[in-house]
Design a protein around this ligand. Sequence first.
Ligand SMILES: NC(=O)C1=CN([C@@H]2O[C@H](COP(=O)(O)OP(=O)(O)OC[C@H]3O[C@@H](n4cnc5c(N)ncnc54)[C@H](O)[C@@H]3O)[C@@H](O)[C@H]2O)C=CC1
Ligand SMILES: O=C(O)[C@@H]1CCC=N1
Length: 262
Amino acid sequence: MIGGGVMGEALLSRLVAEQVFEPGAITVGEPQAERRTTLAHQYGVVATADNQQVLSQAEVVLLAVKPQNLAAVAADLEQAASHGSPLLLSILAGIPLSNLQAIVPNWPVIRAMPNTPATVGAGMTVLAPGQGVQPHHLAQARRIFQTVGQVLEVPESLMDAVTGLSGSGPGYVAIMIEALADGGVAAGLPRTVALQLALQTVRGTAELLLAKEWHPAMLKDRVTSPGGTTIAGIAQLEQAGIRSALIEAVRTAAQRSRDLGG
Ligand SMILES: NC(=O)C1=CN([C@@H]2O[C@H](COP(=O)(O)OP(=O)(O)OC[C@H]3O[C@@H](n4cnc5c(N)ncnc54)[C@H](O)[C@@H]3O)[C@@H](O)[C@H]2O)C=CC1
Ligand SMILES: O=C(O)[C@@H]1CCC=N1
């Protein structure tokens, strides 16, 4: 693994907990000494500041640095490109397969977009395989990302939209939960009660829709009593433009993903 930050750690923790890899078989390249100590102590993995140590014997390389750090890591990858051809899994937002394949021309490369609920095994990861990726490479990628939640495969042309929706989505939902709790407080609830109600309402709604396979509008219709409280709240949401706010959030994030790719 190159980059032991938020997403790197989320994946690492589950890969070790689910015993997909022995901790000692995972080497993490991470420049921050404090992060290296944390990862080594908490998960028993090998942590190093030297990315060549990661790349020298790897069968699978998981690239988990910020897109802005790709240039620095590219030099390490280029140096390692001549020894072997490990599977490269990149979770970098916006970075196209073509950029990665230009750095390591003989390596199979899969572009992946996980999300932060991966930390608790409730993630959504979408994979886009590059040229030369064989079924066993995809099986390996699925095995890795299935430890952190659901996995889906799409053509690369859809990956920026994926990034705008499921990649960034936890940020939007977190704001909705916070705002719902604020509403509860405004209406007189203690903060802890308001937050519990907001969290369980969001979780319960998603679980209900998943279990019943209902269209979301069907659930909305079931909650709204004529002249009741829910339709009064919904009228306010519509007036504030909640639908277009969410649609534009996803579209703008998808465009930002395209821009990151240059
Ligand atoms: N945070 C999220 O929700 C998601 C992030 N991603 C992608 O995952 C990638 C990582 O994101 P985060 O984990 O949030 O960022 P982060 O900043 O928490 O982690 C990146 C880590 O890379 C390390 N790093 C920097 N330069 C390095 C180098 N030359 N060699 C090795 N390590 C280096 C940093 O010290 C840091 O610990 C990004 O490309 C992002 O687009 C993808 C899906 C979701
Ligand atoms: O905000 C970002 O750029 C990353 C990618 C998807 C979620 N977080």
